[in-house]
Design a protein around this ligand. Structure first.
Ligand SMILES: C[S@@+](CC[C@H](N)C(=O)[O-])C[C@H]1O[C@@H](n2cnc3c(N)ncnc32)[C@H](O)[C@@H]1O
Length: 304
């Protein structure tokens, strides 16, 4: 009733109380259009044809899968996640925005990424560092072996990771977005085990806050460890895409390119592309491609 107690309560509701945590997460952390563009190029530059089937492990709200099926009429996607809540959110929001024929090319599966079978994918991804949940070497190796088994031949498994000395500091990074602030909280880091406890909080212009909305209990894996494990899991190559630097501003420039070595860096994000059946001729020229730095996930910011 207008002007009644319910209306007054609704008017008083803080921005935090009205916020949708998955909407905020997608806005602050993800860049699905950029991801899809990068994945298609990573595949095409190696195999000279368009990938069709994407499997998005740890898909959460499956934003990348939805963008994938929208990007091309032959694209199909399978999103896998343990948690029914983000999958249901995807159905109500991301998948609901697709045209029926696009939505029909998306399948969401609730289950453990190590157990869920299905058609072999051209591209399999584990993004936003989600595979860091596997803290034991044997566990991660098992996952990488399963990932390889779930790939077509040829196919690529792509994961991202972050690192640098600042990634091992207990600190909070704040980033402003339209109407809210995103806080990446490296709450705890153990240098012996590399156990990292990270949190995401949001703050709003009316002073209200959402604390500990997302909680991550991870092992911060190192890049050489990952490459060794991918090799052991049977992949033919584990290529690294490293972000370039804007020399004038001494800041990351959002352009990732294939690199064999890189300069020292206090905080970085990279992609590892693990190849099943490497082409005979190694990729000689891989086009660099931009990624808006601001939309990358939970990585610590670099000193400028
Ligand atoms: C950091 S979120 C990643 C969301 C999304 N991939 C992204 O790029 O932002 C991690 C997701 O992994 C899921 N998850 C954790 N362990 C899993 C497992 N063993 N199998 C499937 N999903 C898992 C969680 O439910 C959560 O939705």
């Amino acid at each position: 009733m207008r002007g009644g107690r319910g209306g007054a309560r609704a008017r008083r509701a803080s921005r935090a109380a009205r916020a949708d945590k998955y909407e905020l997460y997608q806005e602050a952390v993800q860049d699905p259009e950029g991801d899809v563009r990068r994945l298609v190029r990573m595949y095409e530059s190696r195999f000279h044809r368009r990938p069709k089937l994407l499997r998005e492990d740890f898909c959460g709200t499956a934003a990348i899968s939805c963008t994938w099926v929208r990007a091309h009429g032959e694209h199909r996607a399978v999103g896998v996640d343990l948690d029914p809540e983000p999958l249901a959110w995807c159905r109500r929001h991301n998948q609901a925005k697709l045209r029926p024929e696009q939505a029909a090319r998306l399948r969401l599966v609730r289950g453990d990424v190590r157990d869920v079978r299905g058609p072999r994918a051209d591209v399999l991804i584990a993004f936003n560092f989600s595979y860091f949940v596997f803290k034991q070497r044997a566990e991660l190796l098992h996952y990488f072996r399963r990932a390889r088994a779930h790939l077509a031949d040829p196919g690529i498994f792509v994961c991202d990771l972050y690192g640098g000395p600042e990634s091992q500091e207990e600190k909070v990074e704040t980033r402003k977005h339209d109407g809210f602030k995103y806080l990446w909280d490296q709450n705890r880091f153990d240098p012996i085990t590399h156990h990292a406890e990270n949190l995401i909080h949001f703050e709003f212009s009316d002073g209200s806050r959402l604390r500990r909305v997302f909680h991550y209990d991870w092992r911060l894996w190192m890049l050489p460890e990952l490459r060794d494990l991918l090799d052991e899991a049977g992949f033919d190559a584990a290529d690294v895409y490293w972000e370039g630097t804007d020399l004038q501003r001494n800041e990351p420039n959002g352009v990732f390119s294939l690199r064999e070595s890189a300069p020292d860096d206090p905080a970085w994000i990279a992609y590892v592309v693990a190849v099943k059946r490497a082409p005979r001729r190694r990729v000689a020229r891989v086009r660099a491609f931009p990624a808006p730095r601001s939309s990358r996930a939970c990585a610590p910011s670099r000193s400028s």
